[in-house]
Design a protein around this ligand. Structure first.
Ligand SMILES: NC(=O)c1ccc[n+]([C@@H]2O[C@H](COP(=O)([O-])OP(=O)(O)OC[C@H]3O[C@@H](n4cnc5c(N)ncnc54)[C@H](OP(=O)(O)O)[C@@H]3O)[C@@H](O)[C@H]2O)c1
Length: 258
């Protein structure tokens, strides 16, 4: 078992790692000894988050607004300027839009699909040279895409472009996993259920709604930071070296128990 879950010294990029789920994963990775780069649309927020996480290890912040493919290419160039290898890319940054079907705006398609699907694809493509540098047969480089339970099962959340974008990400991950297996680059997807982040502010900040939601979850609660951090550390470590093309729910049983 020695070293099976050890990720110390691995270089990891977490998009959207300054807040929310990305921050939970980044903190877990820094605490486990990885060298972590986090991004935010706000460069100051990325720097502040990185400084706070540097209390436990190595962390740097980068400003990046991933609302265009060009911006994803620019982020990849910035990472290449800072590091010679990348062991793990965590495509976490994401956005959503909720509105009733009758009034769901056309403008909520491109913006959501670009951040949730195109930018992750562009980052994989442009960071491939660095991922190949960080890959070995015994311990492949990893792409860890953050999908969603909403892309696996029907949740009545009026987030039409979001649900479609996450289902697209799940499938795209498998396609990329097949293409990159020969390069020792593994591609897996996490499908979180409900974690009380800003994306869930309408529920997180309402005790009654939060209790009602927890009551629907087979394990009886929403997700905690350790739930996502633990899975992320596992998927970055040699312990998961034989996994690629996997879609892993972390949802308290919401998708698996029905
Ligand atoms: N919370 C949940 O229950 C849940 C469930 C399933 C899946 N997810 C997924 O988890 C991921 C993180 O979401 P979250 O729950 O942590 O929500 P959040 O708190 O709203 O965080 C969204 C993250 O994405 C980043 N982001 C948003 N738009 C961006 C853009 N245009 N360019 C670059 N970064 C951008 C944000 O960075 P800045 O604000 O710092 O710029 C932030 O870090 C998303 O992919 C989401 O779909 C969440």
């Amino acid at each position: 078992m020695t070293g099976l879950f050890d990720i110390s010294g691995k270089t990891i990029l977490v998009t959207g790692g300054a807040t929310g789920l990305g921050r939970m994963m980044a903190e877990g990775l820094v605490r486990a000894g990885a060298d972590v780069l986090v991004t935010s649309r706000n460069a100051d927020a990325a720097g502040d988050a990185a400084r706070a996480m540097s209390a436990w290890g190595r962390c740097e912040g980068i400003g990046a607004n991933l609302s265009s493919a060009e911006a994803a290419t620019a982020l990849a160039a910035e990472v290449k300027a800072r590091r010679k290898q990348l062991h793990v890319l965590v495509n976490n940054a994401g956005r959503t839009w909720g509105a009733p079907l009758e009034s769901f705006p056309d403008s909520a398609w491109n913006s959501v699909m670009t951040v949730n699907v195109q930018a992750p694809f562009t980052l994989v493509r442009d960071l491939l040279p660095l991922l190949r540098e960080g890959a070995t047969e015994a311990d492949p480089a990893r792409v860890l895409n953050v999908g969603s339970m909403a892309g696996m099962v029907v949740e009545r959340i009026n987030a039409y472009s979001y649900a479609a974008s996450k289902a697209a990400m799940h499938h795209l991950s498998k396609v990329m996993a097949a293409d990159l297996a020969g390069d020792n680059v593994a591609v897996n997807t996490i499908a979180p259920g409900y974690f009380p982040t800003r994306m869930m502010a309408h529920i997180r900040d309402d005790d009654e709604k939060l209790a009602e939601l927890a009551g629907r979850v087979p394990l009886g609660r929403v997700g905690h930071p350790d739930d996502i951090a633990g899975l992320c550390v596992f998927l970055a470590s040699r312990a998961s070296a034989y996994m690629t093309g996997a879609l892993i729910p972390v949802d308290g049983g919401l998708s698996g128990c029905r």
